[in-house]
Design a protein around this ligand. Structure first.
Ligand SMILES: C[S@@+](CC[C@H](N)C(=O)[O-])C[C@H]1O[C@@H](n2cnc3c(N)ncnc32)[C@H](O)[C@@H]1O
Length: 258
């Protein structure tokens, strides 16, 4: 059974409602230059393996178009563009609303790789309906001001039969693992912020946001409510991380029928 939502801790970068996007924007502008390095340290390098799994579960195929949502510094977008399944002919677009993150994404992408980056808000994507066969999102959904709107937007830009694969912090089912996991998020991560950015709030944000974000089973239900079919949950590290893979069927969004 899903564990009860934790009491929501206060954080300088976490706000509810209209202020949410502006705070998230501010946060990623601040951490962009050190983002990749801190990611490697706080996940002990494992985020690379989880992202490779994400890319594989998205099932990219040659000739398809893929969108990496909330792409940050672009590692998932590059991994998609390089995936053997895509064999260099997969066209990848990475979007993020932080110009600071996109600057690094562009700098890290070698010329000739079929990947491009564009500034855009995930809640209002500048693409026509049914533009992509694949959408990936790593650690992005938790940051959106409106999760359900974000999921409906992904559904809109996917072609019928297209796949959505999302990697996010999860909720371990086992009590002991859950206690250790939340202790790590609450106590250890702010230390990375202190050491590398001089404040505990930037990485304290992760605990604040994970505490308010649905666990992987509820996220799968929300994907279903946004119109996706056959949502599968892949737990990693006992559920501390999770990849949800969903498919867009050929029907309409529930509730949108005339
Ligand atoms: C935790 S980072 C993840 C970056 C990258 N996907 C990764 O896994 O390393 C979250 C990213 O989401 C972006 N973001 C948050 N809300 C967004 C929105 N509404 N539209 C576009 N990007 C957004 C942030 O700017 C940030 O780069």
């Amino acid at each position: 059974m899903e564990q009860a939502r934790r009491p929501a801790p206060e954080n300088r970068y976490y706000a509810m409602g209209e202020e949410r996007s502006a705070k998230v924007h501010l946060l990623f502008a601040r951490i962009a230059p050190r983002y990749d390095c801190i990611n490697d340290l706080m996940s002990w390098g494992m985020h690379r393996r989880w992202k490779r799994r994400l890319t594989a579960l998205a099932l990219p195929r040659p000739g398809e178009k893929a969108l990496d949502l909330c792409c940050g510094t672009g590692d998932v977008a590059r991994s998609l563009a390089r995936s053997p399944e895509g064999s260099g002919r997969l066209e990848v677009m990475g979007v993020d609303f932080s110009e600071e993150m996109l600057e690094i994404a562009r700098k890290n992408s070698p010329p000739g790789l079929p990947v491009s980056f564009r500034r855009a808000d995930a809640l209002s994507l500048p693409f026509p309906d049914a533009s992509f066969e694949v959408v990936t999102c790593a650690y992005g959904l938790r940051n959106l001001a409106d999760l359900d709107r974000g999921l409906r937007e992904v559904w809109r830009v996917l072609r019928p039969g297209g796949r959505l694969a999302c990697l996010e912090f999860g909720r371990p089912a086992r009590r002991i693992l859950s206690a250790l996991y939340f202790a790590y998020l609450r106590l250890a991560l702010p230390v990375f912020g202190m050491l590398f950015l001089g404040d505990s709030h930037s990485y304290g944000y992760i605990f604040a946001s994970v505490s308010r974000f649905p666990g992987q089973r509820e996220l799968a239900e929300r994907m279903g409510a946004a119109g996706f079919e056959s949502v599968d949950v892949h737990d990693l590290m006992g559920g501390a991380m999770a990849i949800c893979v969903a498919r867009k069927g050929r029907g309409t969004v529930p509730g949108s029928e005339a």
